[in-house]
Design a protein around this ligand. Structure first.
Ligand code: AR6
Length: 206
């Protein structure tokens, strides 16, 4: 496996919170958002978001890592779901993972959907549906993998912009009031940098 084994960290230690802003409306959201670089399978949160494909039957990348860490009962549950549309998500148990639930989101294949002008709508749909599922299931923390930015070829910067702004929109609509933490969990330094560069645009520090 190319995935290093990293021990579960204490919640207070793995969080990197962006600096507290001075404007009140942002301060409300600011403490709820975090960017980290870590193996998502090691996070002790209510839900992690998998970058799945429309079969929901596993694959490589973060999907493979999640299935390996969760054990075979995750595959058994996924088999009952009849796949999932691109731009949407479905929820399962977490089994052997430290996370309680897995939200399996199907991001767009960048170059295929860009040609149809749908790449961003579909990626935003994944974030939106995942947030809705977490809220509907009473989950208070959600950690997203960087959906579509691996083999599906979505550029990190563009993906970070869609992801972070969709979370901000969700909060602006008065949703997710019970959320304690929304985490963007990156694996590669380039993705972490893209998220850090984009965060202040939607969760400003000013
Ligand atoms: N923890 C967190 N992030 C990870 C991990 C990990 N353990 N491993 C990889 N990443 P990808 P996609 C990051 O390719 O582009 C699968 O075969 C990785 O660095 O996993 O949405 C599915 O079954 C990247 O930033 O997903 C689908 O067929 C991000 O996870 C297809 O790949 C997503 O990369 C989905 O492609």
């Amino acid at each position: 496996s190319d995935i290093p084994t990293i021990p579960v960290l204490y919640k207070t230690k793995w969080l990197t919170v962006v600096p507290t802003p001075s404007r009140t409306p942002n301060a409300v959201f600011n403490s709820k958002i975090a960017i980290i670089r870590h193996d998502i399978t090691r996070l002790q949160v209510d839900s992690i978001v998998n970058a799945a494909n429309d079969s929901l039957l596993g694959g490589g990348g973060v999907d493979g890592a999640i299935h390996r860490a969760a054990g075979p009962r995750l595959f058994d549950e996924c088999e009952t779901l009849n796949g999932c549309d691109t731009g949407s998500a479905k929820i399962t148990n977490g089994y052997k993972l430290p996370a309680k639930k897995v939200i399996h989101a199907v991001g767009p294949v960048y170059f295929r959907e860009k040609g149809r002008g749908r790449h961003e709508i579909l990626l935003r749909g994944c974030y939106r549906k995942s947030l809705e599922l977490a809220e509907q299931n009473g989950l208070k923390s959600i950690a997203f993998s960087a959906l579509s930015t691996g083999v599906y070829g979505y550029p990190s910067g563009e993906a970070a912009d869609a992801a972070i702004s969709e979370v901000r929109n969700f909060f602006e609509e008065g949703k997710g009031k019970d959320f304690e933490r929304v985490v963007f969990c990156n694996f590669m330094e380039k993705d972490e940098k893209a998220y850090q560069a984009t965060m202040s645009k939607y969760f400003p520090d000013a």
